[in-house]
Write a protein that binds this ligand. Structure first.
Ligand code: SF4
Length: 297
């Protein structure tokens, strides 16, 4: 099988730093133990398992303040998605050693929201409900930030103030947000727009769209919970008009997808470890194109 290895793909600097930081804490004899991570360090099962192997305990769940209550002592790592000030404060109150692995790009959104709220703005935040990143951002200015995910959410907005701003979750796609931005502009023509989709997400999506055109099929390697991996499937399907499948690892490759396929493109989310993607590429390169086609014919 001819395999197009889309670049850039895979781990972004925010993810690399978060994982390294957590591992450093686990290996450092001077940091209080046990070491907990509040939520998945990044949304990838393999990355989480690599931390578990070092004795790091991942506490998974939507409400981070509640998760904190399960910790009696030790160190707590805040993930790359960021946490709200309330979570940080509660961790300090509990006397936990806090390690902040929030990606600098997410921190920038937190800073922006705080600054806008301080200047009296009502803030609309385009993001995914139930994802930890919006939870952290909303906590920067409780009551001042409205999370919208759909056109219905935009229609339901009721903002009376003169100062309105809109910003976005870092791992969305600009194509994703365009329609909602258009609707928000119609409702609030004076809205100030702050696009916070991060560079790593944007470049992976643009590369996936540009480099998929030459392929019959696209495989995205990533966890089903990974927002940026799901967005890669979406942009390839919508903008490159190619079939695309999200798989967690090489075992999930399905022979029927590859029937009649001569060239496949592979990319991966920014939370997917490289070795998982490399194994997918190895399997595909060894895939017998003629045999697969003949088997069906
Ligand atoms: Fe940071 Fe973007 Fe990576 Fe998220 S996807 S960790 S915001 S660089």
């Amino acid at each position: 099988m001819d395999v197009i290895k889309i670049t850039p793909r895979g781990y972004c600097y925010g993810v690399v730093d978060a994982i390294q930081l957590a591992k450093q804490v686990a290996r450092d004899p001077s940091t209080p133990k046990p070491v907990y991570v509040l939520g998945q360090i990044v949304h990838n099962r393999h990355a989480v398992e690599s931390l578990t192997a070092l004795g790091i305990i991942t506490l998974d769940g939507a409400n981070r303040v509640e998760l904190l209550e399960r910790i009696a002592q030790g160190s707590v790592v805040f993930t790359a998605h960021g946490v709200s000030p309330a979570v940080k404060q509660r961790a300090r109150e509990k006397g936990l050693h806090c390690v902040d692995a929030t990606c600098p790009d997410v921190t920038r959104t937190h800073d922006l929201v705080r600054a806008l709220a301080a200047r009296g703005y009502d803030i609309i935040y385009i993001g995914k409900k139930g994802h930890p990143e919006p939870e952290g951002v909303l906590g920067e200015a409780p009551g001042r930030v409205r999370l919208v995910e759909s056109e219905a959410d935009v229609a339901a907005l009721a903002i009376g103030g003169e100062r309105v701003a809109v910003t976005t979750q870092t791992t969305l796609s600009k194509w994703d947000t365009e329609r909602l931005l258009q609707l928000i502009r119609q409702r609030y023509p004076h809205v100030e727009v702050y696009n916070e989709i991060c560079d790593a997400t944007q470049r992976r999506q643009e590369a996936a769209v540009a480099q998929s055109h030459a392929a019959d099929l696209v495989i995205v390697v990533g966890d089903r919970r990974s927002n940026n991996s799901n967005r890669l499937v979406e942009v390839v399907t919508k903008l490159a008009s190619r079939p695309a499948y999200l798989i967690d690892n090489a075992e999930e490759l399905r022979p029927e997808w590859l029937v009649g396929v001569r060239r496949v493109a592979v990319t991966s989310g920014s939370s997917t470890p490289s070795e998982i993607t490399r194994e997918v590429i190895r399997r595909l390169e060894a895939w017998p194109v003629e045999v697969t086609t003949a088997a069906v014919g």
